[in-house]
Design a protein around this ligand. Structure first.
Ligand code: GDP
Length: 175
């Protein structure tokens, strides 16, 4: 039995209101609220998951999506080993923003950073809202830029744990 803990600094980036804080709340507390107060600056939370015999402790920086905070982002991604770049599958503008974040991370963040592209709010497609970002388009970006790719719902919890597990599995474990 191996009791070592591997810590992973992870940052969330993406346009305001795509659901970054909600994804973190779902992952950390298995909870969801409809009317979340926007994050000011950044919030820090941790959560542990077991991957095989190993414990991975995620140290999560949830950054505010508002433009006025964008200049702070490098502070949070500079030492990050992983990033979630989140967009809303019904908001094309948020996907354009996601492309920019991926580019910036590749240019400015640590070389080996693991990036997951996350299309959130897929639950709304069930209730008749129109998808505005094709899965194929996101898959293409993920392939070109070497990203993990998931579509999630923070509301139902669909695929949220899976994103973090997939990242955990790619992190070199402390032995
Ligand atoms: P952030 O600014 O990116 O952190 O976004 P928030 O987490 O604050 O979410 C913005 C709004 O979208 C809130 O009203 C959330 O309740 C809502 N929201 C977040 N994730 C989902 C989701 O997966 N499905 C639906 N239907 N709403 C969501």
């Amino acid at each position: 039995m191996n009791s070592s803990i591997t810590s992973v600094k992870l940052v969330l980036l993406g346009e305001a209101a795509v659901g970054k804080s909600s994804i973190v709340l779902r992952f950390v507390s298995n909870d969801f609220t409809e009317n979340k107060e926007p994050t000011i600056g950044a919030a820090f939370l941790t959560q542990r998951v077991n991957i095989g015999d190993e414990t991975v402790k995620f140290e999560i920086w949830d950054t505010a999506g508002q433009e006025r905070f964008a200049s702070l982002a490098p502070m949070y991604y500079r030492n990050a080993q992983a990033a979630l770049v989140v967009y809303d599958v019904t908001k094309p503008q948020s996907f354009i923003k996601a492309r920019h974040w991926v580019k910036e991370l590749h240019e400015q963040a640590s070389k080996g950073i693991i990036i997951a592209l996350v299309g959130n709010k897929i639950d709304v497609l069930e209730s008749g809202e129109e998808r505005k970002v094709a899965r194929e388009e996101a898959e293409k970006l993920a392939e070109e830029e070497n990203l993990l790719y998931f579509e999630t719902s923070a509301k139902t919890g669909e695929n949220v744990n899976e994103v973090f597990l997939a990242i955990g599995e790619k992190i070199p474990l402390k032995k």
